[in-house]
Design a protein around this ligand. Structure first.
Ligand code: ZN
Length: 145
């Protein structure tokens, strides 16, 4: 099987997986909206002691945005904030420079959406939401110092 077929398969599998689509007891919620495609996905995070204890999503989106969100959740669930920040940085570097990173695991296949400029917003939607949440967390932590 060539890499393109694997990419299609992993994308569809993640898009159809609804185990992460649920309400959770979240203290950080961020909605991502991509009007050009109609994706409307809200990330819910339960962060305690600098750890992502639980994470889920709600809303609707195309196959790429829902697959990307599902992969994000599977990758950062249970990680601490520093690890999540590192993954986020690697993700945007992968998208920008078309690089592969071991830490990103199957998320690496999302770099193939770079070939479709109209869909990049679908891929990055929830990652931008995560970025907003991590920035909020940083501001909050800094205000304690
Ligand atoms: Zn989309």
């Amino acid at each position: 099987m060539d890499i393109r077929n694997i990419y299609q398969e992993v994308l569809l599998e993640n898009s159809r997986d609804k185990t992460n689509v649920k309400e959770i007891n979240a203290n950080y919620i961020e909605r991502g909206h991509n009007p050009s495609c109609g994706d409307d996905i809200t990330l819910l995070l339960d962060i305690e002691d600098n750890k992502i204890k639980d994470i889920s999503y709600l809303g609707q989106g195309c196959a790429i945005s829902t697959a990307s969100t599902n992969m994000l959740i599977n990758l950062i669930k249970g990680k601490n904030i520093k690890e999540a920040e590192n993954i986020l940085k690697k993700f945007f570097s992968m998208m920008r420079e078309n690089k592969e990173y071991e830490e990103l695991e199957e998320v690496n296949i999302l770099r193939f959406t770079n070939d479709m400029p109209a869909r990049i917003k679908c891929t990055t939607l929830s990652w931008h939401s995560l970025e907003v949440i991590l920035n909020k967390l940083k501001e909050k932590n800094e205000s304690f110092i």
